[in-house]
Write a protein that binds this ligand. Structure first.
Ligand code: ADP
Ligand code: MG
Length: 208
């Protein structure tokens, strides 16, 4: 499975399929385990922990349909009925922020909101990757989501611009967050993407 930080594998045992995730960093492991447990206890859609060991987890297998697959396949087929999907994502985020705020009394964000960190399973959105979660502003997660929506390859197509506009409309409305701040965070993330990929996304800056 695609993982930049850890080792993630699907394993089949006794006719059942599991996800085996080994963590490169001990504190990432602890962050993720704690959040997975709290989120599950409080009713968020996250995978069950089936077994926990020293720096590894066996997780419930939620299948292969990441948010990124769904997103890419909609664009490929030029489908624009993504409103429900974005509403589901927004609902999932709202639940995450509300559970973590009531547990910790401070504002936690996901931080790593790449579209592979959400899975579409039984018609619902599940969040799966919490090791980078930290305190912050919800607008930062929202701005990264919109920056990622624009920049998966092929980047900044008209379809992606429309999706991103709907995403920002829905997130600002449903999560009650500031649109201008989302756009500022989006810009910041676009700059980091330009640095990471050593490219310039001129079409983006011309959009503004
Ligand atoms: N419970 C799960 N069910 C199905 N696929 C999963 C599950 N957990 C992880 N994956 C797959 O493995 C990939 C990497 O897992 P992730 O937890 O995001 O690790 P990393 O922290 O290294 O990014 C995910 O993008 C997803 O495709
Ligand atoms: Mg991940």
């Amino acid at each position: 499975m695609i993982s930049k930080r850890n080792q993630v594998q699907r394993v089949i045992k006794d006719n059942n399929s599991y996800i085996f995730k080994t963590f490169a960093q001990a504190d990432d492991f602890m962050n993720e385990v704690e959040l997975l447990k709290i989120l599950k206890e409080d009713g968020a859609n996250v995978p069950n922990i089936l077994e926990e060991g020293h720096n590894f987890l066996f997780l419930e297998d939620l299948g292969d349909e990441t948010l990124l697959n769904g997103f890419e396949s909609m664009e490929k087929h030029n489908r624009t009925e993504y409103k429900d999907l974005i509403l589901k994502l927004s609902k999932w985020l709202e639940i995450f922020y509300s559970i973590t705020f009531s547990r910790y009394g401070k504002k936690l964000i996901l931080n790593d909101v790449n579209f592979r960190n959400f899975i579409l399973f039984e018609n619902e959105i599940y969040g799966i990757d919490f090791e980078q979660s930290c305190t912050g502003a919800i607008e930062t997660d929202a701005g990264k989501l919109s920056a990622y929506a624009l920049t998966y390859e092929p980047s900044i197509t008209q379809w992606k611009i429309d999706f991103r506009n709907e995403l920002i409309d829905i997130l600002s409305e449903e999560l009650n967050i500031d649109r201008q701040q989302i756009l500022n965070e989006e810009k910041k993330e676009i700059k980091s993407i330009e640095n990471r990929r050593k490219i310039s996304l001129d079409n983006y800056w011309n959009l503004l």
